[in-house]
Design a protein around this ligand. Structure first.
Ligand code: PLP
Length: 367
């Protein structure tokens, strides 16, 4: 068998996105796929060679920065939200220079923060959530001490899409003179396009860094995460010397890294523009409302009314439901607190797919 035929067969065993309601990734926009193939051999680990690609990255960071309230933001396109969060906290730790650094994060934070504690030797303090599953700011305040280097706020939690009170976190960060990192890996490319403005970005004065992932709602090709800092000083705090490359210093976590994410992010943002992105987000939210209405007819209530296109529904035996759906080739996920089934309504999820899912789910439930 020809190797390409072999590879096609392998891909055929993957579940297509048309059956996936659990992922924060999606089918890349066609313009992103085209841009990706144009930049397939680029390596931003050696920017002296890929001069054009490097300039494009600066442009992309400035576009994302403008969207997030700071056109002078510094940063880069990372391998994803995990790397972006690592680098956000690493910069804070390096700048603060305390003996036993700690960070205060919400209990709802993504599991990448577990890795951060381990890799960076930073103690992770988890603050409780309030009744809306947003971080309880008074709990955050109690956990801060002289060794705290940063607070973390989430703009679009992985499980429920909730947004923490970033303004209040900002007040604590200013009072205590600590950095404030915002994990907007998902929400960073949703919230700017909502009719109702939610404060979460650099417009909140205390915000020092933001994770924002184009390979999620930005419809860029994987991998394309983003770490944005308020200014260059944070990048300086990440630099190591690079003796044999075309540039002397490197602030990224990975060495060799693709320019494909940069090109595909640029392509989508430029091609769709603000209004085009707003249209995509509006459609995802419309589909989310349809899903919620349909799920209610099956007796499932959302844990919270979704602010964005992530929604979890109370369910007894959530794991069993997930497994049974998986056997029918539908992929959803579960959350533990409270026990619920979780769905993400990405751009590949359309009304027809929702109807098909609900119909299969209904049949499964009456058996
Ligand atoms: N932060 C949040 C809020 C997320 O939802 C995720 C992934 O879902 C991440 C960070 C990690 O992103 P990645 O999987 O791209 O490393």
């Amino acid at each position: 068998m020809d190797v390409i035929e072999e590879l096609k067969a392998v891909r055929g065993r993957d579940i297509p996105y048309s059956r996936v309601l659990s992922s924060m990734c999606t089918v890349p926009h066609p313009v992103a796929a085209e841009a990706h193939s144009l930049f397939i051999e680029t390596n931003l680990g050696d920017p002296g060679i890929f001069v054009g690609t490097m300039e494009l990255e600066k442009k992309v960071i400035s576009m994302l920065g403008r969207l997030l309230g700071n056109k002078n933001a510094a940063g880069y396109i990372s391998s994803g939200g995990t790397e972006a969060n690592i680098q956000g906290i690493r910069a804070a730790r390096n700048l603060k220079k305390v003996d036993k650094p700690n960070i205060v994060i919400p209990k709802s934070a993504h599991f990448s923060f577990e890795k951060i504690g381990d890799i960076l030797g930073v103690e992770i303090r988890r603050a409780k959530l309030d009744e809306n599953y947003c971080v309880d700011v008074s709990e955050v305040e109690k956990l801060v001490d002289d060794n705290t280097v940063a607070l973390v706020g989430i703009a679009g939690t992985t499980e429920l899409g909730q947004v923490d009170d970033i303004k209040e976190l900002g007040k604590i960060a200013e009072d205590q003179n600590v950095f404030l990192h915002i994990d907007a890996a998902f929400g960073g490319l949703v919230l700017p396009f909502l009719d109702e403005k939610v404060p979460f970005d650099f417009e909140v004065r205390a915000v020092s860094s933001i994770t924002v992932d184009p390979h999620k709602m930005g419809m860029a090709t994987i991998p394309a995460g983003g770490i944005l800092f308020r200014d260059e000083t944070f990048l300086k705090a990440l630099e190591v010397e690079t003796p044999y490359l075309t540039t002397r210093f490197q602030y990224t976590l990975t060495g060799t890294r693709p320019g494909t994410g940069v090109a595909s992010t640029y392509a989508v943002l430029k091609h769709l523009g603000y209004d085009g992105m707003k249209g995509i987000v509006r459609e995802c939210l419309r589909n989310t409302r349809t899903l919620v209405e349909e799920m209610k007819t099956l007796g499932f209530e959302p844990v919270v009314e979704p602010v964005m296109n992530v929604v979890s529904f109370h369910a007894r035996d959530a794991s069993r439901l997930k497994d049974e759906l998986y056997r029918r080739r539908w992929v959803i996920s579960t959350i533990r607190e409270p026990e619920a089934i979780r769905m993400v309504i990405m751009p590949h999820v359309n009304e027809e797919m929702i109807k098909e899912f609900i119909s299969d789910f209904r049949q499964m439930l009456i058996r």
